[in-house]
Design a protein around this ligand. Structure first.
Ligand code: CMX
Ligand code: CO
Length: 157
């Protein structure tokens, strides 16, 4: 069951200046940063609020690490802006299977690693009224304390 908006993914040209915009304009602070080479992004998670399911909602600011990544291609075509939305669930495997059974294309056979050690998959935007949609199961304890590292090679701090 999808129980929260986990994050809104925002594509940007320069992560540092975009982080500074959200800090200076709204007072949102960086909760976590990492590089996810598989997804081709350098990202910052800005925590907005905790949610009643024990998780949290974030903005996910995304700078591409390479031009041929999903975010790199999207930026080249559209410029900066909202790239995807992500719904949180305790069971990404089950919810992805349920959505697939309804005829929506799920992009990965098995969930992959997302922010803060979460498990993620994506639904094709053409099957979701133009919205690239991510499903996320957070790593245990995420949102309740300092985030766990994903791995030393992919985590900045
Ligand atoms: N939102 C809405 N529509 C999108 C889109 C997006 N983010 N990205 C692509 N599209 C649309 C394009 O506009 C295009 O539509 P038209 O044919 O009408 O022009 C169509 O989808 C195909 O787009 P494309 O540029 O040819 O791109 P690809 O098909 O190569 O890739 C997608 C699209 C969704 C399969 C790819 O972006 C993907 O695999 N995304 C999932 C991974 C991802 O986004 N990772 C980054 C975030 C990581 C994270 O959140 O942790
Ligand atoms: Co995301």
């Amino acid at each position: 069951m999808l129980t929260r908006i986990d994050h809104i993914g925002i594509a940007c040209e320069n992560l540092d200046t975009t982080v500074e915009f959200y800090r200076a304009t709204y007072g949102f602070e960086v909760f976590h940063t990492e590089v996810n080479e598989e997804q081709g992004v350098r990202e910052a998670m800005l925590k907005i609020n905790d949610t009643s399911d024990g998780g949290a909602s974030y903005l996910q600011l995304l700078e591409p690490t390479r031009a041929d990544s999903a975010v790199g291609k999207w930026l080249a075509k559209n410029g900066e802006g909202v790239h995807h939305i992500a719904f949180g669930t305790a069971d990404v495997d089950g919810d992805a299977a349920a959505v697939r059974d309804k005829g929506v294309r799920v992009l990965y056979d098995e969930p992959r690693t997302g922010s803060m050690g979460s498990r993620i998959t994506f639904l094709h935007p053409k099957d979701c009224h133009g919205v690239l949609t991510e499903l996320v199961t957070a790593a245990p304890h995420e949102g309740t304390s300092a985030p766990a590292s994903t791995s030393p090679s992919t985590t900045e701090h």
